[in-house]
Design a protein around this ligand. Structure first.
Ligand code: ADP
Ligand code: MG
Length: 288
């Protein structure tokens, strides 16, 4: 009995594709092959379609991995950010930042100042998310958590290695710089980090206090000056001097409901926020 010369051993093909580390092709080839046979694709078109698919899947999986490692707070996107509430920042400006081109290769920095509730963490996380989607690697940290980790690394004589590990992130987001305790050992690790990234890797900082008060963040004025100097050398600085977003939203809802805005106390805001099914402690801004 003559064997069909076109017959292939599909089990062996699956093994070969596994060996070649082509999981997307392994999963999709039977469908593509059926279509190609039905529509009479030339062999080269079939091969090209498979290759394109493998590459697209790789990109998707890489971004998925980078999104996971970025540890961004969920749900904070550019689309859900109300730019009307922060007139000093334009959407066009932020959209340009999100592309990453031009500043991130140079290791330039972004600094967001403003009182609590003004949207600093939101915009920082949203920029981080957009950058990851555009192929950059990002890590979001609460500054105090990162400082603690670096401090522990220093005790193990591994500070340099810990800082070097952060090099793989094109952007390091240090959220809430001002919450770092004023302690010589703690805060100099932050200085080491800033120095190590200077002109090589970008850092985004959010802070409640202006530079003038950063003496409370670093152990001595000379170090504060040196840190600020490195940070601002190549930086875009945004002042978000707006009222707490949630406080304003609560007041607006009360006005709409026909009650005077003075009713927007912590108590009434809590009842308003609970209508949105948000957890109450999260729904309330830090300083209502
Ligand atoms: P900050 O970090 O400045 O203290 P957040 O970013 O945590 O402020 O903002 C407090 C809450 O209000 C968050 O839930 C955030 O998503 C929301 N918020 C703040 N500003 C805006 C804005 N302009 N548009 C949409 N949501 C905002
Ligand atoms: Mg914040």
């Amino acid at each position: 009995m003559n064997r069909n010369p076109n017959a292939i051993d599909t089990q062996r093909l699956t093994l070969l594709l596994t060996e070649l580390r082509l999981p997307a092709i392994r999963a999709i080839w039977p469908d593509f092959a059926a279509r190609a046979d039905k529509e009479g694709w030339p062999a080269a078109r079939f091969l090209a379609a498979l290759a394109e698919h493998e590459i697209a899947e790789r990109d998707r999986r890489r971004i998925e991995r980078h999104l996971e490692e970025a540890r961004l707070p969920p749900g904070k996107t550019i689309d859900s950010f109300d730019f009307d509430a922060v007139p000093m920042i334009s959407k066009a400006q932020v959209t340009a930042i999100c592309a990453g081109d031009g500043w991130i290769e140079k290791g330039a920095n972004l600094i967001f100042f403003g009182p609590p509730g003004g949207g600093k963490t939101h915009i920082a996380a949203a920029i981080g998310l957009a950058l990851v989607e555009n192929g950059w690697r990002v890590l979001f940290c609460r500054t105090s958590d990162l400082v603690q980790k670096l401090q522990a690394a220093r005790r193990d004589l591994a500070l340099e290695a810990a800082i070097a590990k952060l090099d793989k992130y094109h952007l390091l987001i240090l959220d809430d710089l001002a919450y770092v305790a004023k302690d010589q050992a703690e805060t100099s690790v932050l200085f080491e980090l800033i120095s190590a990234r200077y002109e090589r890797r970008s850092t985004l900082i959010t802070a409640n206090q202006p530079f003038g008060e950063w003496n409370k963040v670093f152990p001595d004025p000379a170090m504060t000056l040196a840190a600020v100097d490195r940070l601002v050398h190549h930086a875009s600085i945004f002042e978000m001097n707006v009222e707490s977003f949630r406080r304003r939203a609560a007041i607006q809802r009360q006005v709409k409901a026909g009650r005077p805005p003075t009713y927007a106390t912590a108590k009434t805001s809590r009842s308003i926020d609970s209508r949105d099914n948000q957890p109450q402690d999260q729904a309330l801004p830090d300083q209502l």
